[in-house]
Write a new protein. Sequence first.
Length: 130
Amino acid sequence: MTRCIVSTPSAPAAIGTYSQAVRVDQTVYLSGQIGLHPDTMLLEDGIDAQIDRVLKNLEAVIHSAGGSLNDLVRVTVYLTDLNHFSKVNEAMAQCLNAPYPARAAVGVASLPRGALVEMDGVLVLKPSQT
């Protein structure tokens, strides 16, 4: 078993005791990303901008691991307002190709830094990507 930490300056630096992602062989476990801009470490304004930034942040970490958003096999979405779930669906449909990853949506009371949305996931890299 080969384990390595995945890190990129193209996504926000960890704001706690965690890594952006951990790769174990061909599987990559992504930590949750919120709508922080990696250059300013400030939260994007509004749900649409935060969803967009979360997906960009995840994509940056995934790219650093050697994959793409289409390598995701599992995504968890955390929302402070589940009424925004349709917006997440729309954004994911623009970023991902079928077959889509397994997914769960969880309504939460609050998220770090007052974020409105957070996403984490698991991806499996193809042998040619390792």
